[in-house]
Design a binder for this molecule. Structure first.
Ligand code: BEZ
Ligand code: FE
Length: 309
């Protein structure tokens, strides 16, 4: 305050920014042509960001460190690596948003198969393979696994014809093929389409735990938070069928030592599976029976109100 009792402009600015009305001023700057959703979501984001900065007395240096982290994530991202997504993953945001989007597709036994995050390693146009084929090429080690089951309508329990399973997982060295020049293109990936009986089967590997890429901002965050980068062994799927709501999911090996501390918080109870010893098949040491349950669009819109589309 100046000696004459009038608040000088520096003090007024300081008050202004810390005054809770400042936040409302920023929110109110939104123009009339902003969409209702944008208006609502951004007002909430601004409010939370400002509250966060005030509550934690974030300094300019700390804010700039955050900006740098975002910028670095942008610089590192390519069509083969999505570092922004990875940063969200280690903060649990992709898993949370997945849960919100599909919040009524619960872990219950009679519900549609639960969803799990897509992660950054899915590739479009994985090769279509014949039922019963392998997705493993040029890899000698690893536990060969025969995976099989049915794609079913979750309500009627009837098999779904023409369902497509798009599957992908890592090699025993913990790398997806696009991260590893020594693997053939599209290795450990494939798309399988069910016939009338809704059945599918193929050979894969029992997946190993692996570290998410930690040589960038996501890794830096993990280090600053004294956390490890490991994910429990899992196999990814996108299951689609005409007339049915697609699901993006993963199944997890119960015996993996990281089953309870996934670096990206994606494990759900109903997605945890047992690999069983398998005798009498020269191509596999383990068997993995698993059925996928889909909801028709009709059922999804009636019973799972948050499933739009
Ligand atoms: C994955 O499972 O492929 C994955 C998910 C989140 C971050 C990194 C990898
Ligand atoms: Fe993965």
């Amino acid at each position: 305050m100046a000696s004459n009792g009038i608040i000088d402009s520096e003090a007024r600015n300081r008050l202004h920014k810390l005054d809770p009305n400042f936040t409302q001023n920023v929110i109110s700057a939104t123009g009339l042509r902003a969409s209702p959703r944008m208006r609502k979501v951004m007002a909430s984001l601004i409010q939370h960001l400002h509250d966060f900065a005030r509550e934690n007395e974030i300094t300019v240096d700390e804010w700039m460190a955050g900006v740098e982290l975002i910028n670095e994530a942008g610089r590192m991202s390519t069509d083969r690596r999505n570092e922004g997504q990875l940063v969200c993953d280690v903060l649990g945001l992709e898993s949370l948003v997945d849960e919100i989007t599909y919040k009524l597709a619960s872990d219950a036994k009679d519900a549609p198969t639960a969803t799990a995050i897509l992660g950054p390693f899915w590739r479009e146009d994985a090769p279509a393979r014949k039922m019963g084929e392998t997705i493993v090429f040029g890899i000698e080690n690893g536990d060969r696994t025969y995976m099989h089951g049915q794609v079913l309508d979750y309500r009627t329990r009837k098999p779904i014809e023409g369902a497509e399973l798009d599957v992908w997982h890592t090699a025993p060295n913990g790398l997806y093929e696009q991260q590893d020049p020594d693997q053939p293109d599209m290795n450990l990936r494939g798309r399988f389409t069910t016939g009338k009986d809704g059945k599918y089967n193929f050979y894969c590997l029992r997946p190993t735990s692996y570290p998410i890429p930690y040589d960038g901002p996501a890794g830096k965050l993990l280090q600053l938070l004294d956390r490890h980068p490991m994910r429990p062994g899992h196999i990814h799927f996108i299951v689609t069928a005409p007339g049915y709501k697609p699901i993006v999911t993963q199944i997890f090996d119960r015996s993996d030592k990281h089953i309870t501390d996934d670096a990206v918080f994606a494990v759900k109870d109903s997605l945890v599976v047992d690999f069983l010893p398998y005798k009498g098949d020269p191509n596999a040491d383990f068997e993995l029976p698993y059925d996928f349950r889909l909801a028709s669009y009709d059922d999804a819109s009636k019973e799972f109100s948050s499933w739009d589309g």
